[in-house]
Every structure is written in C-alpha cells, then in structure tokens.
Design a protein. Structure first.
Length: 469
C-alpha cells in the first residue's frame, strides 16, 4: 500500500533547513519522474495502466429552453435547460458534445465534467463559452438557393410586371437571406404561376436532418403594395424520403408526415401595408429530425392571379449533439504498451488508421475498425453507432505531487530510494540535476526491479478468431 508524502519525509523533515523546504515537491517530483523513465526503459509492469475510454453513440437534444452561460475565468462554463431534459436525453459525464450556435466558440467540442437534469457543467480545459440566453433559435438554410434544394408546384418565370422589367419569382428566392425584404419583389420572392391561387406545395431540402422548432416568414408585398397576393392557410409536413421532395403535386402525400398539429398556427398573416419588414413567427413542438420539409398552401389573401411569399425560413432550437467519433484519453496516458487497443466485448483489435483516404470512406456510423491518436483524443473510424469502451494496456505517467496528503506511487517499493534522494538534495544540498545523484536513482531502480518477475508485454497479440475454436 502506498504511503503519503508526510509519512515518507517524517524521519528527515526536522533535518531539512527552512530555506530548502520550498524545494521539497520539485525535488520529489523530479525523483519520481526519473524513476518512471527508468521503469519505462525496463518495460516494468509497475507503469502499466488499463485503458478504459468510453465513446458514445450520437444523440441529439433540441429545446428552446437551452441556454449557455460563460463562467469567465473563475468558474466552469455551463449549459442550462429549464425543462430539465439532459439526463433523460442520455447525456453522460465524459461525453464530448457540440452545439449549433451561431458563435464559433460555442460550437465545440466541449467535454461534460458533471451533469444533473437541468445543468451540464463543462470541463474548463475544453470550453470557453459565450453566454447565450435561453430561447435562441438558429436559421437552417438549404445548402444552395436553386431548384436542387427548393421546389414549388409552380412559379412565375420571366415575370414582366411592371412592363419592361424581367425577373423570376422562383421559390428559392424566398429562402435566400440575401434578398431584400423591402422595395419591389422582383427576384426577391416566390410567386405561383398565373391563376394558380390554390393548392400549391413549397418544398425545402436541408443540408442535414434537423428538428424545426420555429418558422420565420415575411408574407408578400411589393414596395408595400399587393399584400393580398400573400399565402394564407397551410399545412406543414416532414419527410426523410427524397422521392417525396421531388414530387410537388399537391394531392400526393407519399410518405410525408403531417406536423400541422404541432404548430402554434396554420395560417400566415397578411403583410402590413407598408414597405418595411414585417417578421412573423410560428412555433413547432415536433421533436423528430427531418431532411425535407413541405408547406401545402391552400389559398391566398384574395388576389385572383397569384399567391406569393417574400421570405420563408426554418429555424431550429438550440441543439446539443454528442460526438460519436472520439473519446478522451486519461490524463496519465504515456503511450500504448504494444500496438493495438480493442473494443471491449469484441474479438479483434483496432488497427491504426493507415491514411486519410481510409477515414473518408466512412460516411455513417457503425462498428469502428481503425483508431488514431490526436493529442488527448482517441478517434475511431467509423464513428460508433452504439456506446463502446476502448480497452488496452498503456504506460501510465505518475502524477505530480503537491500536498503532504498525496500518495507516493509504486506501493512503497521505491520509498527508501526516494527518501535518500531527498536527504541528499534537501539536507546535504546536492543539486537535483547532479549526474551522480541520477545514477544512484537509476541503479537503485534497476536493482529493485530485477527482483520482480513482472514485465509488461512488448507486443500485444493480434486478434484471435475464437469462432474457429
């Protein structure tokens, strides 16, 4: 059993001159580090640690009740949820997470150091949050503003009203945040084909599936006039099937899932009769991710020739996502013993990632085959689809000691050696860098270690296919 620093120096403490006492822990840690390096050279099992790195399957939690709070330089950053949903969602201590914040420093990854139902506390080494109030929403735009990502049942192409002005009232105009919300609506709105004032579909494809919690819209006007073109009653739908997105026929529902019941309203307000922005919002309580969204628009506010809308944007609530392709290595990790870690419960080792091209082959989660170390992170390829634990033997770096109640490592096997080293440095005044002193430590470690039978394996055995036995 290991002893505390106070017990180690009990016999020599009274002999140490007061002016040398501040050098106690620097000398002690230097001795421990020198011994550890010698044990490493001797491949001693005294440095052996058992790796246990959890890597978690991806989970998403989106809620308008999430807020971010910077702890500044004094306390840890925290993420709060007034709905108390973090534990139920499946977040765990040690899990790396990312967020959909518009602020790059808040995106992550962050590391959970502790959590309760309504608060996640982040590891200060991994996080520097900027405070964001609860109730922040983030716009989710299509990857490009074109017919590839935004479609409608009809639209007015080559519109020449007023005479002499040629523009396109394509549906993707309404999703583009760079188009103007004021002035003439040419190239800045979606307008149906002539005399199509009922039963029009408006489809949006996102870059990735998202839970839409809010809809922002600016109904139609052109320089403050023609507000009765504006769309009116509608239903809202979600899908993850591309064929649904491509089919804009109003009567064809395919595998679309209707979400209208989750909305706070199913009617768009008519735009104010003014050449100014008139933002309106509809909230959604849906909690399912969809890649494709559809508005089935039944009618407009009375104009006989077209229906139209100036801006239509989907928004997601603050979303926290666990990261499924890496876990954090222990702070005392000093290198693998042998070559290959493995997934606990599986019958083969992970292989080192051969090259970046191999990593790029994996586009979806599954059972990892490869690993790569990057700083304090162990990445796996592909990212895992289930919670796993990475196991393996590793060289364990001894901890730095800083208080009298800290324990000296190695179960008393080198306590006499360390005590004598400290006597030479702190009582006799020998410099801790003295070559003869280090030789004394190395020889003593070699002598003691030679009496032990324990030696760490140089190579880990390859995976054995137990199904053959």
């Amino acid at each position: 059993m290991s002893i505390m620093v106070s017990d180690l120096i009990e016999e020599i403490q009274d002999q140490i001159p007061a002016e040398r006492l501040p050098g106690l822990f620097p000398a002690l840690n230097r001795a421990i580090k020198t011994i550890a390096k010698k044990l490493y050279i001797l491949e001693s099992d005294l440095l052996l640690g058992e790796l246990s790195v959890p890597i978690f399957a991806s989970i998403d939690y989106a809620a308008a009740t999430i807020g971010l709070l910077s702890g500044g330089n004094e306390t840890s950053d925290t993420i709060t949820d007034s709905a108390d949903g973090f534990v139920t969602a499946g977040f765990q201590v040690g899990m790396p997470i990312g967020m959909n914040s518009a602020l790059s420093g808040n995106l992550g990854p962050h590391r959970i150091s502790s959590l309760v139902a309504g608060t996640i506390t982040l590891d200060a080494r991994e996080s520097r949050l900027t405070t964001e109030a609860e109730g922040v929403y983030h716009a989710v735009y299509p990857p490009a503003y074109s017919s590839t990502y935004v479609k409608a049942t009809t639209y007015l192409a080559g519109d020449t009203v007023p005479p002499g002005i040629d523009f396109t009232s394509a549906p993707w105009n309404a999703t583009n945040p760079s188009t103007s919300l004021t002035g003439a609506a040419g190239n800045a709105a979606w307008k149906s084909a002539f005399f199509q004032v009922t039963n029009q579909c408006f489809h949006i494809k996102l870059s990735e599936a998202a839970v839409i919690a809010r809809i922002y819209y600016e109904n139609y006007h052109s320089s403050g006039a023609n507000t009765n073109y504006g769309v009116k009653n509608f239903s809202f739908w979600g899908s993850n099937t591309e064929a649904d997105f491509l089919d804009t026929a109003y009567a064809n529902d395919g595998t679309w899932v209707e979400l209208t019941a989750d909305l706070s309203a199913s009617q768009f307000d008519e735009h104010a009769a003014a050449d100014a922005a008139d933002p309106k919002y509809i909230t959604s309580s849906n909690v399912t991710n969809y890649l494709y969204y559809r508005f089935k628009i039944a009618d407009n506010w009375g104009y006989a020739a077209n229906m139209a809308i100036r801006r239509l944007v989907l928004l997601e609530a603050a979303t926290i996502t666990s990261i499924a392709d890496f876990g954090y290595m222990p702070d005392d990790f000093w290198g693998f013993v042998g070559e290959e870690p493995y997934i606990y419960g599986y019958k083969w080792p992970l292989k080192p990632l051969p090259d970046q091209a191999t990593a790029l082959l994996y586009t979806s989660p599954g059972t990892p085959n490869y690993y790569k170390l990057k700083n304090n992170r162990l990445y796996v390829y592909p990212g895992t689809s289930t919670d796993i634990i990475i196991k393996g033997d590793y060289w364990k770096k001894p901890p730095a000691l800083s208080t009298m109640n800290d324990y000296v490592p190695w179960n008393e096997q080198f306590d006499d050696v360390i005590s004598e080293y400290l006597s030479k440095v702190l009582i006799a005044g020998v410099a801790s860098s003295d070559a003869a002193l280090h030789e004394f430590l190395n020889e003593s470690v070699s002598l003691i270690t030679s009496k032990r039978s324990g030696k760490a394996p140089v190579k880990m055995p390859g995976g054995i296919n137990y199904d053959l036995y």
